[in-house]
Design a protein around this ligand. Structure first.
Ligand code: GLU
Length: 236
């Protein structure tokens, strides 16, 4: 694969039928890959185990085939960057989260669900209670099996600017970003981490997706930057 080969992906979550918005995203990625002589990947993002539907993956693939959208790498055809089922890449996601912890860009949080629910009820975002705990002590607590999540240490000053090839510069004030969860207490990554870790590992050059993902874009760019990865070209 030459470094200037376009690599795009359609990354549906198997939570139900392919909807028209998903079909449109798949079509754009497919057409862009074919237009540029690049590669189209199909990645199944099944880390949300609560909403997972076992029959959805086959249905999604059948629907795409019916639309005559094909892919060069995916769960059924394999490829150099297999596996293409996100839950099978959990070790990689854990490794990425741990690396962020080790360089101080993420931290273990031991706050109890009840406390977080209270914050949520009073419409407050996470208050960073575990943000300043000493890393040596938190590592020991986590390793001894105490229930925890891993949170991203969002910058608190200044702002974050991301360039979108369709919309131009998008800037958010960092105070608006909370310390969002990267790894859940069940050991599964949240979508934000898993998708970025996989986009990086799979050499994705362009992330083409619907505008409903714009609010997540600063988080995604921050994960990429904190991990030392090159950002793809964002197209929303
Ligand atoms: N798994 C996400 C979804 O269900 C994909 C979002 C993305 O393309 O980054 O739509």
């Amino acid at each position: 694969m030459s470094s200037d080969t376009t690599r795009v992906r359609f990354a549906p979550s198997p939570t139900g039928y392919l909807h028209i918005g998903g079909a449109r995203t798949a079509l754009y990625n497919f057409l862009y890959a074919r237009h540029t002589g690049g590669q189209m990947l199909l990645r199944i993002e099944d880390t949300d185990r609560k909403r997972y539907r076992p029959d959805a993956q086959e249905q999604l693939m059948d629907n795409l085939r019916w639309l005559e959208i094909s892919w060069d790498e995916g769960p059924d055809v394999g490829g150099l960057f297999a596996p293409y089922i996100q839950s099978e890449r959990a070790d990689w996601h854990r490794e990425c989260a741990q690396k962020l912890v080790s360089i101080g860009k993420a931290y273990h949080c031991f706050c109890k669900v009840k406390r977080l629910q209270e914050l949520h009820r009073s419409r407050k975002s996470y208050d960073g209670r575990c943000r300043e705990l000493a890393p040596s002590a938190t590592l020991q607590r986590a390793e001894s099996g105490e229930e925890h999540v891993i949170r991203f240490r969002s910058p608190k000053n200044d702002s974050t600017t991301v360039h979108d090839s369709i919309r131009g510069e998008i800037t958010v004030r960092n105070v608006q970003l909370d310390d969002f969860v990267l790894m859940k207490s069940d050991g599964f990554p949240v979508y934000h981490l898993a998708a970025m870790a996989d986009d990086h590992a799979m050499g994705i050059t362009h992330v083409i997706r619907g505008e409903e993902w714009l609010p997540s874009l600063p988080k995604h760019a921050l994960i990429m930057r904190a991990s030392g990865w090159t950002e793809p070209i964002w197209c929303h």
